[in-house]
Write a new protein. Sequence first.
Length: 267
Amino acid sequence: MNNKRIIPILSIVFRPVFRAICFVFFCVITGGSAMAFSSGVALSLPIKGVDVSDGSLVSSSQAGFVLSEIEYDTAFYGVVTTSPSMVFESAEAISDGYPVVISGNVQVRVSAKNGNIGAGDNITTSVTPGVGERADYDGYVVGTANESCESVEKECLISVTLAPRFAQGMKSAMKATNLLQNVKRAVSSPFLSPLTSMRYLLAVTTTAVTFFLAFYFFGRSGKTGIEALGRNPLAAKKIGLGMLINFIIILAISGFGLMIAYMILVL
């Protein structure tokens, strides 16, 4: 066989073997620490903040890149990592900024102040700059936890699979919610699923119809009562009692309508 044909064949056969040997050798000389590296590609970014460290959550703003400090922040960008698997920037660029990954598995600073974190829980941003927490409600999350954290006094550094998205079905039965919180999260969300949009639309429609009917019937009842008092002053007590009963019924109907709107949002 021609030597010119043998050399390409040997190259194809032994190239994967050579790569595997190099990978094993690298793991051995690094003591296996490569397994703790981020699986994402990092970019060097200038970040404003006094506590920018490994695992800090980063968001974009009009002032540039900052540490995330808003719950369910839709402007979340990525995570600072000191051990990226690959960096395209030069060493000089890295020294002027911080390596940030936007995908893959990465170590993230989290806290259990919002509740214990378990593997599989969704992680979102919190009011503590750069620190994540367990997501309890429908909203924007940064990814899924691969490890647990139950420390309330201090932060944990756990592995998280980055997957920024709007997630649903996370309402915790241990925490109360209210109408204003739901509306606030709806307004801050960049997009909603068709089902969620329908829920908010039904809640708003129910509330509007309830208030309209309450004011309409209250106005009619009040007008009728005043006219009756003018025609028959001797029956003022009976007429006043009837107006009071009508007012109580209108309040009960209004409360029932608002309760329906509330249940549409939270269930």
